[in-house]
Design a protein around this ligand. Structure first.
Ligand code: CA
Length: 414
């Protein structure tokens, strides 16, 4: 659970105390090019400012400088979780104790002046399928008449290995993919996807590498969960539907996956921990969380298309927890590498306004949505901009924490 931060919930940075959604209680990590700079550098967000970590650390804690001196989080991710917590606590101390102000303040930069980059060099990327509501809805649409949930679904978190090299940071345009798909006339042709979709997901940045053949027990999964971001798993439904039987997603998913630029430390989300939904079948011992501390996260997500909110998927409704995803990933003996990214799978809740993709919202395109300008969408059109945002709702007198947002605009296939 959360390690205490040095200065509590106050910061000498104006407006950046515990009341700010990106304040001292969060200290989200990012990678950014600074004004006049050329190379991405690691930064820690504090309210509406970001701390340039390399020079601040050189002067205040030279022993830590190698961990935060690069252009991504990967060096830090190669360390054990205890080191992550220590570095974060030190940064919190600098930003909360006034005696450090003179040394730190010159290295604060307005967030609006930053050009944000992917904060990790993505090692392996895995996408799960952890929402029962989404899996059921998608199963009905892709396999009408069959069992909506695959036989294994409630026994293990189903996932697949995705393509790390096409993970892009928020704001990167996404070109409409091409592929083989079956048209309405039954003919199979190669061309631009006509059913381009989005998937609202939550991503988890992993670190503290493991050794092959040594699975991570559930009670140690948290030691590999560095932070949380938002993910848009762009999906070409026509390409996907044709290619994925019997093996699963390939080119229908691999062309682009967008992530939000700020990685919120997993330990900052301790307040969001809640119990997962009741389990319908007994779980194998390695996945059984019935006697564990709550492992689900209560995050509120939002999906907007052309500025119009289409849905508000609730992450607390996910059947499988992030801890179970990490444990299952390693259950075969597969390793975790520094910079691994796992995504939750589309987040959908039980209500019609809680669905996390157009496939569900428009019932496979058959019930198009109408936007305020009168235009209709079954799937995405070229020029469409999609924004996914997320937050930890405020409660018990504690203000909300923000996960920021991930955006992307569709370019024509060209
Ligand atoms: Ca997905």
């Amino acid at each position: 659970m959360s390690a205490p931060l040095g200065g509590g919930t106050e910061s000498w940075v104006e407006g950046a105390g515990g009341g700010h959604p990106f304040g001292i209680d969060s200290l989200a990590w990012g990678a950014a090019t600074l004004p006049g700079g050329h190379e991405p550098r690691l930064v820690a967000r504090i309210g509406d400012l970001a701390l340039d970590l390399a020079p601040a650390t050189e002067s205040l804690a030279p022993d830590l400088a190698p961990l935060v001196g690069g252009s991504s989080l990967n060096r830090l991710l190669a360390e054990p979780a205890q080191t992550w917590h220590e570095v974060r606590a030190r940064i919190a101390d600098w930003l909360s104790e006034r005696r450090h102000r003179a040394a730190v303040e010159p290295h604060l930069v307005p967030v609006g002046d930053l050009r944000l980059h992917l904060p990790i060099e993505v090692a392996d990327y895995v996408d799960f399928y952890a929402s029962e509501h989404h899996a059921t809805n998608a199963g009905r649409l892709f396999r009408p008449g069959g069992d909506p949930l695959p036989a294994a679904w409630k026994h293990l978190p189903i996932g697949y290995h995705g393509r790390a090299g096409t993970v892009v940071v928020s704001g990167t345009p996404v070109r409409r993919p091409r592929g083989l798909r079956r048209g309405s006339d039954g003919e199979i042709t190669y061309g631009a996807s006509e059913r381009l979709d989005v998937e609202v997901e939550v991503g988890f940045v992993l670190g503290s590498p493991t050794v092959a053949g040594e699975p991570v027990p559930l009670e140690q999964a948290e030691d590999h969960l560095f932070g949380v971001c938002l993910v848009n798993d762009w999906s070409a439904r026509d390409i996907q539907a044709f290619e994925y039987v019997p093996l699963g997603p390939f080119l229908g998913k691999s062309f682009a996956t967008s992530v939000s630029p700020w990685v919120v430390p997993f330990e900052a989300l301790a307040r969001a921990r809640v119990a997962p939904p009741p389990r319908d079948v007994p779980l194998a011992a390695y996945l059984d969380d019935s006697r564990s501390a709550p492992g689900a996260l209560d995050l509120e997500l939002s999906l907007r298309l052309q500025g119009t909110e289409l849905s508000r998927p609730p992450f607390a409704a996910m059947y499988w927890t992030p801890l179970q995803l990490v444990t299952h990933l390693t259950a075969s003996g597969a390793t975790i590498r520094a910079g691994d990214l796992i995504a939750s799978g589309t987040v959908s809740g039980p209500q019609p306004d809680q669905l996390g993709c157009l496939l569900e919202l428009t019932r496979g395109g058959s019930e198009p949505l109408e936007l305020p300008d009168g235009s209709r969408r079954g799937y995405l059109e070229d020029g469409d901009t999609v924004v996914i945002s997320g937050r930890v709702p405020g409660r018990d007198g504690r203000p909300e924490l923000s996960l920021g947002e991930v955006s992307g605009t569709v370019l024509a296939a060209g």
